[in-house]
Design a protein around this ligand. Structure first.
Ligand SMILES: [Zn+2]
Ligand SMILES: [Zn+2]
Length: 465
């Protein structure tokens, strides 16, 4: 088997690992490189292989850094299966359509500026139409069910506990009289996170391909984050203010809704209206409901005892899809909680809610995830006094609170435990989906735990195993 590390190699985005087995080509993931437009356009538009030569693709989960370049392999002539879990198969179509929409609006915005300078227009990276073409190739497979991927290779998905539908994949390979297993971790989640089951540790594996995003970091207990969340919501609504939360539509939004549901039911929090205002978040919540197999035992127990028989629905909660419904939220007086996308407040409906609420000192803007530099979310997290929204300056009088510890990625100790689960058998461990900062300390810890061959492959490097 040859493994070419074409993406998420010594970096976190653009996940793409090409396997050559028995003369067939299998691509693990087809993620988008994310970053500044000037640097990523060419990188995303040109593959280091011919997509027409691929025999199959396997997708671990629907995040765009793992799935977001699928429209290009299809555009370039790939016509084979793209295997994913059933929930991922459902979710990835929504994520790609949303991504196509973002690339179209992004190009339209840039082209307006270019037109003023007399420059020719740029093309969007891909469109919603390109994204829609992927759906026909997606094959949903239940967790734990064996399926043949290419001749000599069977696979099954196990839970990764990272986002809705996320999986690791075990590949059982027969090649030239040898039989061995390659385990690909996808993105590894955490134990005891709301809604999702815990990650399944690898077993009986000869080669391990694993992520190492937080190889250098310990996370806080998610329970602490929950306690802080409850405090912010309770205090703000008690003084008559609104809590405005920029949140990623898939994952973080549903976690917060589940927390709020628990808080309202237990009487911890005043019964105030809660709005989830993002079409993608609303659709993702529907997919959660359509795939109860993804919920952990705790959530099932909660649902059995809950008068709404639902994790993500209660009478104070309104999901809004249409622009009219979204605008109507502006007219609501008094305390409320508004969760909206995008998660870094760069685009989307959250901008309207921030504009309407940022100058009122009763309100709280609540930051619940890491914010990239140069985003509005980062400027808010830094508590800047003046920020620009839609090109206009606003004086921030609302409070800003930040809550850490809700990351959907495993921290260092979980990553060590993951690899250590197969240390007596594993011949080589490859660390991907991480920067040197995360990989270096993890590599040392893994060597200390008795795994001698740990690699951190360079982009486009080739390993023969
Ligand atoms: Zn992910
Ligand atoms: Zn990822």
């Amino acid at each position: 088997m040859n493994i070419h590390f074409h993406g998420a190699a010594q970096t976190v985005t653009g996940s793409q690992h090409l396997l050559e087995i028995n003369g067939h080509k299998l691509l693990l993931e087809c993620g988008l490189f994310q970053g500044r437009r000037s640097e990523t356009y060419e990188r995303n538009r040109h593959f280091h292989f011919d997509p027409k030569d691929l025999d199959a693709v396997i997708l671990s989960h629907a995040h765009i850094d793992h799935s977001g370049n699928l429209p290009h392999i299809v555009k370039d002539g790939y016509e084979g299966p793209i295997y994913a879990t059933k929930a991922t198969a459902h979710l990835v179509n929504l994520m790609l359509m949303d991504s196509g929409h973002i690339h179209e609006s992004d190009a339209a915005y840039v082209n307006k500026k270019r037109a003023r300078r007399g420059q020719p227009p740029i093309e969007p990276l891909y469109t919603q139409v390109d994204a829609a073409h992927v759906a026909q190739y997606i094959v949903g497979v239940p967790y734990d069910e064996q399926f043949e991927v290419i001749p000599g290779v069977t696979a099954h998905f196990v839970d990764a506990g990272h986002i809705l539908g996320s999986a690791a994949v075990a590949l059982d390979i027969q090649e030239g009289g040898r039989s061995y297993r390659l385990w690909f971790s996808g993105d590894i989640g955490r134990r005891d996170m709301p809604l999702l089951r815990d990650p399944v540790l690898p077993s009986n594996t000869d080669y391990l391909l694993m992520e190492c995003t937080y190889g250098d970091k310990a996370h806080r207990d998610p329970q602490l984050a929950f306690d802080e969340f409850r405090k912010v919501v309770t205090e703000t609504t008690a003084r008559g203010g609104k809590v405005i939360i920029p949140a990623f539509a898939v994952g973080r939004t549903q976690e917060l809704v589940y927390y709020l549901h628990q808080m309202v039911d237990s009487g911890d929090t005043p019964r105030v209206p809660v709005f989830v205002d993002s079409p993608l978040a609303v659709n993702a919540s529907d997919i959660f409901r359509a795939h109860p197999e993804v919920f952990d035992e705790e959530t099932r127990e909660f649902m059995r005892n809950d008068k709404h028989n639902a994790a993500l629905g209660f009478e104070m909660l309104t999901y809004t899809r249409s622009v009219e419904e979204s605008k109507a939220i502006n007219l609501i007086e008094g305390p409320a909680v508004i969760i909206s996308a995008s998660g870094m407040a760069e685009t989307g409906r959250i901008l309207h809610h921030l504009r309407n609420n940022i100058e009122n000192p009763l309100n709280t803007i609540l930051i619940v995830s890491w914010q990239a530099p140069h985003t509005l979310g980062r400027r808010l997290a830094e508590r800047q006094e003046q920020v620009k929204i839609f090109g206009e300056v606003y004086h921030r009088r609302a409070r800003v609170e930040t809550i850490g510890g809700l990351s959907a990625h495993a921290g260092q100790s979980m990553l060590i435990e993951y690899a250590a689960a197969v240390k007596d058998q594993v011949k080589k461990v490859f660390l991907v989906h991480g920067e040197t900062r995360g990989a270096q300390p993890l590599m040392e810890k893994l060597k200390d735990s008795g795994i001698s061959e740990v690699y951190f492959p360079e982009p486009h490097s080739l390993f023969e195993v």
